[in-house]
Design a protein around this ligand. Structure first.
Ligand code: PMP
Length: 419
């Protein structure tokens, strides 16, 4: 089978596939922070399904709940009917996530993926304000559907489809100019200048840490200044927490670090907990201007995901243990990466919680490090506009020993590539 299966990937599957090229093997099973390929070789997973597996592969607590649900003929289709699984999820989401943080949001099930929730957020902001344009940021990533792509700051991803990128205005992300122009006064002046041609935007969409964009971390004070600008100007603030939410940076919502309350929040990836599709759009109750059926679809209920999502919230978010351990593990990676940055020219590090990046001035080195890591049984990905940043996104449940093991592989690979 090993010789046949890669062939059909090549002959039948479109060239658009990417991860199957980067990791040229065929995976079969997975548990915790480990994947195993069909030849029995094991790989430590520092990519976690692109951030969809914060609780690890086949998490035993979630698996048990899912098996029991299916064994009991629980509803598995995804139409957004009222179901017991959905009710239990909503109750737990309110109790474990919203209420303890004093957050008041309505919940929309916008469809299965991250791009779906971004589309819903953009549509809602435009509908609420009656305005069209959206402010986005340099190096942002929000998904591959047309609307989400229009606010994505990645020329390669945008160019292919020849998209008419109208009604979006890119702004520099925090520290884009290496410390220069770090407030929004310049932007407000353009807004006030009626001759500037910049229409008042409906919304600003931002990631608190740009994952795909190269692990660019926005400072809390920058996020606060942005939130303040939006609220003074009547511009809605959308925080895209698809990748950084669900505890990736420590707290459940990544924006908690800045003490801000976005008008609209997008969640997906790890919200379902088991790596199966699920997404949420959260918005302030006064923004709930949707009419019934105005934004619907077939796969918006995700019942098995409701089951695992509910159990994940109950199990991992009843106290702050996961948040504390995520920050500690992040500190450990940061300390190891700082040693590499000190040891090798042109290497720097940045991150927050369990999203950490090792940036290489010579972008090709990042790809070589990932390739060597793969050969030695570790999955990681490059990110950033030139793919020059090795991005670490391990499951939050990874053990200290596993983390040490993976960090050793990266340190060795970096030494080999940079020496
Ligand atoms: N927003 C952000 C911040 C993301 O990182 C991603 C996916 N990497 C998306 C949106 C799109 O999610 P999906 O791939 O599920 O459409």
């Amino acid at each position: 089978p090993t010789t046949i299966e890669p062939t059909i990937f090549e002959s039948l599957e479109s060239e658009v596939r990417s991860y199957s090229r980067q990791w040229p093997t065929v995976f079969e099973t997975a548990k915790g922070a480990w994947l195993r390929d069909e030849d029995g070789k094991e790989y430590l997973d520092f990519f976690a399904g692109a951030g969809a597996l914060n609780y690890g592969h086949n998490n035993p607590v979630l698996k048990k709940a899912l098996i029991e649900y299916i064994a009991g003929d629980g509803i598995t289709h995804s139409l957004d009917m009222a179901t017991v699984a959905k009710r239990r999820f909503l109750e737990t989401f309110a109790m474990k996530v919203l209420e303890p943080r004093g957050l008041d949001y309505k919940v929309q099930f916008p469809g299965p993926t991250g791009a779906n929730t971004v589309e819903a957020a953009l549509k809602l902001a435009r509908k609420v304000t009656g305005r069209e344009s959206i402010i986005n940021f340099t190096n942002a990533f929000h998904g591959m559907t047309l609307g989400a792509l229009s606010v994505t700051g990645n020329a390669f991803k945008r160019a292919g489809a020849g998209i008419p990128l109208v009604h979006t205005t890119p702004m520099p992300f925090d520290n884009y100019f290496d410390g220069v122009m770090e407030d929004f006064h310049w932007f407000e002046r353009v807004l006030d200048d009626s001759g500037s041609g910049l229409n008042r935007p409906a919304a600003v969409i931002v990631e608190t840490v740009q994952g795909e964009g190269g692990v660019n971390v926005a400072r809390p004070e920058w996020l606060r200044a942005l939130a303040d600008l939006c609220s003074r100007r009547g511009i809605l603030l959308i925080v895209d927490d698809v990748q950084m939410g669900c505890g990736r940076t420590g707290p459940f919502f990544s924006f908690e670090v800045a003490g801000i309350e976005p008008d609209i929040v997008t969640l997906s990836k790890s919200i379902g907990g088991y790596g199966m599709p699920m997404a949420l759009t959260l918005f302030k109750p006064e923004l709930d201007v949707w009419a019934p059926g105005e934004h619907n679809g077939t796969f918006r209920g995700n019942n098995p995901s409701f089951v695992t999502a509910q159990v994940a919230l109950e199990h991992y978010w009843s106290d702050d243990r996961l948040e504390v351990s995520t920050l500690e593990k992040g500190d450990k990676i940061h300390a190891e990466f700082s040693k590499l940055a000190d040891a090798f020219d042109g290497v720097t590090t940045r991150g927050r919680g369990l999203v950490q990046g090792l940036a290489f001035e010579n972008a090709e080195s990042a790809g070589k490090v990932c390739q060597l890591a793969f050969d030695n049984g570790l999955l990681t990905e490059t990110s950033g506009p030139t793919d020059g940043v090795v991005k670490l996104l391990p499951p939050l449940t990874i053990t200290d020993e596993e983390l040490d093991h993976g960090l050793r592989i990266i340190a060795d690979a970096t030494a080999t590539v940079c020496s």
